[in-house]
Design a protein around this ligand. Sequence first.
Ligand code: TYM
Length: 337
Amino acid sequence: MEQIEQTEPKKKILSLIQPTNTPHLGNYLGAMQNWVKMQEEFDCTYGIADLHSITVRQDPAKLRAQIKESYALLIAVGLDPEKSTLFVQGHNPNHAELSWILSCYTQFGELSRMTQFKDKSAKHPENINAGLFTYPVLMAADILLYQADLVPVGQDQLQHLELARNIVQRFNGIYGDVFTMPEGYITKATAKVMSLQEPTKKMSKSDENPNASVWVLDDRDTIIRKFKRAVTDSESEVCAREGKDGIINLMSIYGAVTGKTLDETESEFKGKGYGEFKLAVGEAVADKLAPMQAEFKRISADKGYIEDCMKKGAEKAFRASRKTLQKVQKKVGFIVF
Ligand code: TYM
């Protein structure tokens, strides 16, 4: 008798990145690298969060260029637009629609406790807009629209993810099993890549010190120079002891790009100074990023290709998320045709 093989449906993955600047090494190691690793095994949807990015004022021409750049980088990093859904958030109107509905199921108090909201409003006191406040609701809509099981992010997004989980619990509690409960997917060693200049602070796109962040499109010399200037400590031993934040950060980065453990790195640089170690980290990072940079250059030369992928991605994202939105609309009592 013929056997019919039953295969489990693939788990769904969803993650987005803001196009507010070129991605930095933290975005790459904390998020994008995992996105690529997950694409074979899972049903993946990755996107450019253009809607989120305007919670802080943007120059329109620069934003447009950065959306294209970030999208091309998704492909350059190794994501295949045929295997995964690669889309721009604003191209799928379902996000804004679900976000509105979910905002009516999110409490003012919950949003007031978000540390990113507190940090960003302290940084931009002249523009504490409602979008900045409801930012995590839109992020919940991104995740829940696609019924994502896993959300690969860095540590800084975990509080937002927790809020999305609270919304699921509340909404499903009222209306039944509408949304999948999403889980975070974190790679511990690179969940929080630190600034090269202030290693107790995370590497951030908005850091004003040009030596604090390595951008994934920095050239080899710039990358090596930034690592040479990285702030460490007054000792000379390459080891992951408490208090050696700068060295631990460099060892974690080195491990992430070479696959070496902290112990292996410690043995490799035993008796060698910080200068030699920093140079090795800079060279290893530059080597790791070089193929992606070459691919980015190649893809970017073909404007038609990027636009074509964006359009197809938008259609795929719309189709994949419409059913959930309509289910939600019916549940809350809207008339759906
Ligand atoms: P964004 O654009 O700030 O960052 C993109 C991804 O990079 C991670 N990340 C880091 N990881 C390690 N070390 C760092 N220093 C570091 N800095 C950033 C972030 O955690 C993130 O995974 N709100 C999100 C974008 C978003 C989203 C979503 C993410 C919108 N909707 C839905 C997941 C699911 C953000 O601003 O990421």
